[in-house]
Design a binder for this molecule. Structure first.
Ligand code: SGN
Ligand code: CA
Length: 524
């Protein structure tokens, strides 16, 4: 496949764009694998906001994701994988640097990443790797440490997105997930130096809000009704920060902006001033608009006729959210299949480590929410599946975090992990080797005041307990026993009988804050 794009701003058609538009058809290209070569290549696939609940390797309630599952089936599934800061830019900065947010400086999405600092791609380049990043980047500054970068601008668009390719702005026609796959395969196929090992960061923007499906997936799940999570009607008793968030499906998810219920009569309105039917359609080509009309117009008519309110409306919103989100995931999974087929066809499966993850977890209606940010399980956790040729198969249960990815890649490449990185290589775990491992994780979220109103907080989690401190314009502690209360509904902090465990978790928190040298220190 040849990349035919050379225009600065006009929509681009060509082999690449056409492949993107036809990716719905999938692929069937199996061939004998070639002999393994060394050192090992790295394919680091990450989606934006992909919840582990919507990967069938983790959870079978909602969707089948056979291609993503293949990575788990031929490798390992991490059952205790977490992020250091549950929001895009900060999470990505933690991965690149192997450091917690306070140390890499990118604490919230409005920051600017200092690309002069040490990152794992730079160290891989030094030992002869060819490096590339394709898709969502979201770190404001231009990528450093990459031989090739072809990134979406900010969050990127779902349809006909703009990219910056090695500094040059271009628009590509098609659906973002298909195009990102094509750009990645094009780099693997014809742009990289095949003599060198590669490290490719393939980072999809999907399934980020507002969950816009590929047109070929619009009719999927239309008749599905998904189980409403048991905590959907959580009243947040004993949890002040949870009471004050702005990410409720019932209250904060917009019928028009999020759920596409902009009617021709302009009777339904968005919570967002001025956001109507024409707003989200203005970037769509006529054929995309027509596909949307065919799908959403009857849904809008049905929605208006129902005239829902209260819990019925909340549950309708939940179902509609799930349908669009899962349509977007269907496209992600199909595209992962295309990449895996490509690697197989090219004989690259035997010498490439494949990682599948997300920049954080996401709420699929648990606690009544969408979005992320909190240190509660659904957003603190993130999926992590790794296929290491010759490595272990099955589950890894140790507590790992996204600061560990860089050290792991470096270890795989035979590079000594720099002292200054906070993360640890989990390569021994991938190989099934016995190794000393941490017993607790540190977390720190900073983005407040901001959209969704999740208060600043830090905390510690071990195999059973979690202690969180919400601070800034609030001063609240929360303690959970995850064994007896996996949904984190019962805040034990300050309750009689929890003194000993509180003291122990406080000590763990202080130890980690000191170890990582976070300037904020535990003050009970
Ligand atoms: C946008 C979204 C938010 C989301 C943030 C951060 N709003 O601002 O809902 O929490 O991104 O997401 S939107 O109206 O622009 O869709 S992140 O994953 O990129 O950090
Ligand atoms: Ca994200």
């Amino acid at each position: 496949m040849k990349n035919t794009i050379n225009s600065k701003s006009a929509p681009v058609l060509g082999t690449l764009a056409l492949a993107g538009l036809t990716a719905c058809a999938g692929g069937d290209k199996k061939q004998e694998a070639a002999a393994p070569e060394k050192p090992m290549n790295i394919l680091f696939i990450m989606c934006d906001d992909h919840s582990y609940q919507t990967i069938s390797a983790y959870d079978q309630r909602y969707i089948e994701t056979p291609n993503i599952d293949r990575i788990a089936n031929e490798g390992v599934r991490f059952t205790n994988s977490f992020v250091a800061n549950s929001i895009s830019g900060p999470s990505r900065a933690c991965m690149l640097t192997g450091k917690h947010s306070h140390a890499n400086g990118f604490t919230n999405n409005s920051t600017w990443f200092d690309g002069s600092q040490l990152t794992f791609p730079k160290l891989l380049q030094e030992v002869g790797y060819e490096t590339a990043v394709v898709g969502k980047w979201h770190l404001a500054s231009n990528p450093t440490g990459f031989n090739y970068w072809d990134i979406l601008i900010g969050q990127g668009e779902y349809y006909d997105p703009y990219f910056i390719r090695n500094g040059e702005k271009i628009q590509r026609e098609g659906y973002a997930t298909n195009i990102t796959t094509d750009v990645a395969i094009n780099w693997l196929d014809s742009l990289r130096n095949p003599e060198k090992p590669f490290c490719l960061l393939l980072h999809h923007k999907a399934p980020h809000r507002t969950w816009m499906p590929d047109t070929c997936d619009l009719e999927l799940f239309s008749d599905s009704n998904f189980p409403v999570p048991e905590t959907f009607y959580d009243n947040y008793e004993g949890r002040l920060a949870a009471q004050q968030q702005g990410m409720s499906i019932a209250k904060d998810m917009s019928i028009v902006y999020d759920l596409k219920m902009a009617d021709r009569e302009n009777e339904l309105h968005s919570a967002y001033e001025g956001w109507g039917r024409e707003m989200y359609r203005q970037r769509m080509r006529p054929e995309i608009q027509a596909a949307w009309d065919r799908h959403y117009d009857p849904v809008i008519a049905d929605f208006k006729a129902r005239n829902l309110s209260g819990n019925e409306l909340a549950e309708w919103k939940f179902q509609q959210y799930m349908r669009d989100y899962l349509r977007v995931i269907t496209s992600v999974d199909r595209n992962i299949g295309i990449v895996l087929d490509y690697l197989e066809k090219e004989g690259l499966l035997d010498n490439t480590m494949i990682v599948y993850t997300s920049d954080q977890g996401f709420y699929m209606g648990e606690h009544g929410w969408f979005d992320k940010r909190f240190m509660y399980e659904e957003s603190f956790r993130t999926p992590l599946l790794v296929r290491l040729p010759g490595g272990k198969k099955g589950d890894v249960t140790q507590l790992v975090q996204n600061i560990d990815y860089g050290p792991t890649f470096l270890d795989l490449a035979g590079v000594e992990v720099p002292e200054e990185m906070h993360g640890e290589s989990f390569l021994p775990l991938l190989k099934g080797e016995k190794t000393e491992w941490r017993d607790a994780l540190y977390y720190h979220f900073y983005e407040y005041p901001a959209e969704h109103s999740v208060k600043r907080h830090y905390g510690v989690r071990d195999g059973r307990y979690k202690l969180i401190h919400f601070y800034n314009d609030i001063d609240e502690w929360e303690l959970y026993d995850l064994k007896n209360d996996p949904n984190e509904l019962n805040n034990l902090y300050g309750q009689p009988g929890t003194e000993r465990i509180t003291k122990r978790m406080m000590k763990k928190l202080a130890t980690l804050q000191e170890q990582y040298d976070d300037p904020i220190r535990n003050q009970e």
